[in-house]
Design a protein around this ligand. Sequence first.
Ligand SMILES: Cc1cc2nc3c(=O)[nH]c(=O)nc-3n(C[C@H](O)[C@H](O)[C@H](O)COP(=O)(O)O)c2cc1C
Length: 230
Amino acid sequence: MKADYVDSDIALMFDQLARARRSTRGFLPRPVEQGIIEQIFETAAWAPSNCNTQPWQSHVVSGAMRDRLSRIFMETIGTGKHTLDFPYEAKYDGIYRRRQVDVGLLLYRALGVTREDRDGKRRAFLRNLEFFDAPHVVFILMPDWCGIREACDVGMYAQNLMLAMRARGVASCPQTILGYDAESVRRELNIDANMKLLFGISFGYEDNNLPENRIVPDRAAIDELVHFHS
Ligand SMILES: Cc1cc2nc3c(=O)[nH]c(=O)nc-3n(C[C@H](O)[C@H](O)[C@H](O)COP(=O)(O)O)c2cc1C
């Protein structure tokens, strides 16, 4: 069906916005203004969800608490002494493994880390726990009654968040690894035990001088991903 009306300016802007969002792995220390952060979270809340249940909860962490959590993660996630609410058991195969390897190589090449450089790889991993120097991190949780369908709702919310950030010049990095020490996050932020941690998103202003921020992981061609039926 042909759309009666297409606002081509909005379409163009949205396409540019969606393509301009990147996982950023190096931030400036400059904090994002509180008013801008609030706008971002207000817009993100317009994500769709099953029966409009809006099962997401965000905990935005900055300042001394941000530093404290980073230190804790270094002692827990950095050494394997952590607890995950949702196990990460992805054993990628075939084309999925290929894509995983490709993006890893892209990142390591930008960082100057070679295949044998174990220390370099470890250092790259630990940057996650420093939130890549971002001044803010948001932890995304959902109640324990949620299943995979509600987790999809939360994913849509998270993408809204990152696009609302990008539209305001705020960069982000979604990080599964920030969901690895759920107990510490709940304890430090005083979060109820029935709220389960999915992941975190570091955010702030991008450091444009870093080579790791210039990588552009490619995407599969549309005919590999989309099947049209009639
Ligand atoms: C839910 C989720 C978790 C992710 N976890 C991590 C992570 O722990 N560390 C990291 O550096 N990147 C992480 N990424 C970023 C992906 O590597 C990235 O999205 C992918 O390579 C595509 O690159 P782009 O986001 O720049 O388009 C994660 C992405 C998503 C969606």
